[in-house]
Design a protein around this ligand. Structure first.
Ligand code: NAD
Length: 378
């Protein structure tokens, strides 16, 4: 790789700086091993941004993101800080939602992998876990019911019939809208992701009831013709939710519209046993061989354990692997990180969130020791 990859690292609040430190350690290890040229610049965001520059997303941080190929994000938000600051200026909205909007991040990828060695952390009985759980949920992030117009609550007055009383009540309206353009672009992301995995794609819809579901199914089927090497099945969302707990190992990539994906990705996340294990990617536009994206742990700033060397850095380190794979196309380097995580888990190291007292051959370690072990295993 000749061209320099520019990464903006925004650690944020709570456990953000601790887990980011370990993620950067791992990134430096793969950089060395694969002779990558990475220019990583750190900048404040969240309460750290407010403290440094008076804003949750300081202008200089936003400018850095605009000049970068990808953002490695920690987490933002400290619920107990300064309740007088209005919610529009608080980090969750003013930094995270703003970045998602600013960079039109329309595809959310959430891989859920439960290594066999962590079978005990999964809420499902071992026989339900099959050959192990390894699912990628691809969720459309900018359309559907959450954004469609009209979206409002209105007062309704029914005129009285004959001499009967009139009725006065409220009515809430949300609108589900998808265009073929929106479905096509997320379908391409899902098929391409399936190509990097076991090449099985389950597209989720509600085509038996929703017009959106019919268009979704027709469009995904049409795009699927361009990916004959990927096995495509269509599954109704209610059945998908059920299969996720009855037989999760049947899934490879799950593609869903915004609301269905929101629900299914949290259901899938519960199977991994801890938020500390779950990375995520939000992808935007592709230019040449690079796709702009924001990569972050699925969990938040975890103020209850911040600064105590208790946080699991694996979600943040896994986010580096996603960045290398989906933004920069560096699959070998990404594989090296995923394999290093698996090796360290197999060796028995556990942070508190995934530690089980009676599991033989395991030992509890802190954030730093877990990060050191993964970087060493690269
Ligand atoms: P949280 O995800 O921060 O924590 C929930 C629970 O999971 C806590 O018990 C925490 O200790 C645990 N946990 C989370 N990550 C962990 C890790 N890496 N290792 C071990 N345990 C971990 O959710 P919350 O407490 O509801 O929110 C705290 C703050 O984070 C809030 O301000 C919220 O708005 C914010 N938040 C930010 C993001 C983001 O930046 N993307 C996402 C979710 C929540």
């Amino acid at each position: 790789m000749n061209k320099v990859c520019k990464i903006a690292a925004l650690a944020g609040d709570g456990i953000g700086p601790e887990v980011m430190r370990e993620a950067i350690k791992t990134l430096r290890a793969v950089e060395k091993k694969f002779s990558l040229r990475i220019e990583l610049t750190e900048a404040p965001v969240g309460w750290a941004g407010i403290d440094a520059a008076g804003k949750a997303l300081p202008d200089a941080t936003l400018a850095l993101c605009r000049q970068s190929d990808a953002i490695l994000f920690g987490s933002v938000g400290l619920p107990s800080r300064d309740p007088s600051i209005p919610k529009e200026e608080r980090p969750e909205r003013a930094a995270l939602l703003r970045l998602r909007k600013e960079f039109s991040l329309f595809a959310n990828l959430r891989p859920v992998r439960l290594p066999l060695a962590l079978a005990g952390s999964c809420p499902l009985r071992p026989e339900r876990q099959g050959r192990g759980i390894d699912i990628l949920v691809v969720r459309e992030l900018t359309g559907g019911l959450y954004f469609g117009q009209p979206k409002k609550t209105e007062e309704v007055i029914d005129l009285p019939e004959k001499n009967g009383p009139g009725r006065h009540y409220s009515r809430a309206i949300d609108t589900m809208v998808y265009t073929t353009i929106e479905i096509e672009r997320i379908a391409h992301i899902a098929f391409q992701a399936a190509r990097l995995r076991r090449k099985i794609l389950a597209s989720v819809d509600k085509a038996n009831v929703l017009e959106n579901g019919i268009l979704w199914r027709e469009t995904v089927t049409r795009i699927g013709k361009q990916y004959p090497d990927v096995a495509l099945e269509h599954i109704f969302v209610d059945n998908a939710a059920m299969q996720m707990v009855l037989n999760p190992s049947r899934f490879d990539v799950l593609l869903a519209e915004n609301m269905f994906g929101d629900i299914l990705s949290d259901e899938a996340a519960a199977l991994a046993g801890s938020l500390g294990m779950l990375p995520s990617a939000s992808l935007g536009t592709t230019t040449g061989e690079r796709t702009f994206g924001l990569f972050e742990p699925a969990g938040g700033s975890a103020p209850d354990i911040a600064g105590k060397d208790l946080a699991n850095p694996i979600a943040q380190i896994g986010s580096v692997a996603l960045l290398l794979r989906y933004s920069l196309g560096l699959n070998e380097a990404a594989d090296a990180i995923d394999q290093a995580i698996t090796r360290v888990i197999d060796s028995g190291l556990r942070t508190g969130d995934i530690y089980q007292k009676d599991a033989p051959g395991t030992g509890k370690v802190g954030t730093r020791a877990m990060g050191d072990a993964i970087a060493k295993a690269i």
